[in-house]
Design a protein around this ligand. Structure first.
Ligand code: HEC
Ligand code: HEC
Length: 409
């Protein structure tokens, strides 16, 4: 079976959609008690969702292991619905390639809440914004999808023609032809582009990618209230003199009432420590330079070391954090934030003379780019961290309210 799918593990919206389809085709056969319960749950939750044929096709492709050179990897392998469409394991970078032995160089982030992200651009003040990937190099979800299909360390197809041959053998090839035309497979470039468009349509249309169903959303709708620790955490998150988190991870509704995405889609250089778990880092001259690692931004030394601000929705579900997967718990990620400058020896290796190699994952000449001015990074050794331990626990309690699929108990 080439589809990496299990109804059991799917979020309610998708289960219900699966059921809506089943109901259409197999209704008389399946009128048993369990199915009746599912119908009721779906109508009560009001979450029956119909995808357009193009998006439904994209969903099949997203989950299809046979689209990879190994035959064992789909988009869902690195972006699992169970953890908010981030990687389902604690590897800093996932393995890919024809025999799944090649390690990537970055963590595979969440695919949720990207629908309103724009192509990479510099805004009126010259601030870099938007784009897909940690360095924003893909302009759309469709362009982005071409990346893993062809990349040697991911799904590893040698060329577009081999992807199109896989489409021709896929269980859903009839759907592909019915959406894009019977002759679609005759033109390799066009067929490949259509596949990436279907993948994009799926991510834009399926509500699971932007469900706004967290407890925090319910609070914004005045249908729930935060517990005392969660409310303290939110206040610390927003307080410009404490966490100051909301200055990049937007937490308030926009002027037109849209719920916040917990990112402003800008970039910043946090000086996250080098991660020895990423094999590429064993070469001392190798650095992941983020924005200025892009061919088109090579000349922008000021942008070296900057990575995209990720959405914090579903962050508590993620097994690894930051572009290089350096931290494995939310607690460690947050302690790093507030103690990076007060206790640098905890995060960075020592030089032979005993001094600390602060910001060791940024080449020496670019270390000035690391953000050391804004709260919570504006401290010195000896200062008190911006948040103490109890305050960090409160922020974590708040971050947990950003998980999708909250229901009142
Ligand atoms: C081997 C693991 C792997 C596979 C398979 C994979 N991805 Fe990814 N994905 C990643 C990594 C790693 C990144 C971040 C890479 C970077 O920033 O350079 C990423 C980033 C993305 C992003 C950008 C997210 C953002 O915040 O900008 C999207 C969208 C995405 N992947 C979709 C897909 C789709 C669609 C597929 C299937 C065609 C797929 N991925 C297959 C590992 C994977
Ligand atoms: C000046 C902008 C800025 C501020 C302020 C900020 N962040 Fe971030 N945050 C970022 C950027 C940029 C990244 C990604 C950095 C990287 O991977 O190199 C990030 C990543 C994270 C991650 C990892 C998420 C993931 O998916 O890997 C967490 C958790 C996080 N931030 C929480 C917080 C909290 C909590 C605060 C407040 C204490 C905060 N941030 C303040 C910009 C900011």
């Amino acid at each position: 079976m080439s589809q990496e799918k299990s109804l059991k593990n799917k979020p309610v919206a998708t289960q219900c959609r699966g059921w809506a389809w089943l109901r259409g085709s197999l209704v008389s056969v399946l009128m048993v008690f369990g199915v009746a319960v599912l119908t009721t749950a779906c109508s009560l939750g009001n979450s029956v969702q119909r995808l357009s044929p193009e998006a439904a096709l994209g969903e099949k492709a997203f989950n299809d292991l046979s689209l990879s050179a190994s035959g064992r990897q789909s988009c869902a392998s690195c972006h699992s619905a169970v953890v908010g469409h981030a990687a389902p394991n604690a590897l800093a970078a996932q393995l890919g390639g024809a025999d799944l032995s090649l390690q990537g160089v970055r963590s595979s982030g969440s695919l949720r809440y990207l629908a309103t992200n724009k192509a990479f651009h510099f805004d009126a003040e010259g601030t870099p914004k938007g784009g897909f990937f940690w360095d924003g190099r893909a302009d759309s979800l469709a362009i982005q999808a071409a990346g893993p299909l062809l990349r040697d360390i991911e799904m590893a197809n040698p060329d577009k023609a081999s992807v199109v041959r896989k489409i021709a053998n896929a269980t859903w090839v009839a759907d592909f032809k019915s959406v894009y035309g019977v002759d679609v497979l005759n033109d390799v470039d066009s067929a490949f582009d259509k596949l990436t468009q279907a993948l994009q349509r799926y991510q834009l249309e399926d509500k699971v990618f932007q469900s706004f169903s967290s407890k925090y959303d319910a609070v914004l709708r005045k249908k729930a209230t935060l517990s005392a620790p969660e409310a303290r955490g939110l206040a610390l998150f927003n307080d410009a003199a404490k966490g100051n988190c909301a200055s990049c991870h937007t937490s308030e509704k926009s002027a037109n009432g849209d719920h916040p995405l917990f990112t402003d889609f800008t970039y910043d250089n946090l000086g996250v420590p080098r991660n020895a778990e990423i094999a590429a880092n064993s070469k001392p001259t190798y650095f992941d330079l983020g924005l200025c690692g892009r061919v088109d931004l090579k000349a922008r030394g000021d942008l070296c070391g900057a990575f995209k601000v990720p959405s914090l929705r579903n962050v508590a579900l993620r097994p690894v954090f930051f572009h290089n997967g350096k931290f494995k718990t939310l607690k460690d990620a947050l302690v790093f934030y507030v103690q990076r400058d007060t206790h640098p020896e905890k995060w960075y290796p020592a030089n032979p003379d005993g001094s600390i190699k602060k910001f060791d994952d940024v080449p020496l000449k670019y270390r000035v780019n690391v953000n050391t001015k804004e709260v919570p990074y504006d401290r010195q050794p000896g200062d008190a961290p911006a948040l103490n331990d109890a305050e960090i626990e409160d922020v974590i309690a708040f971050l947990k309210t950003l998980n999708d699929g909250w229901t009142a108990r």
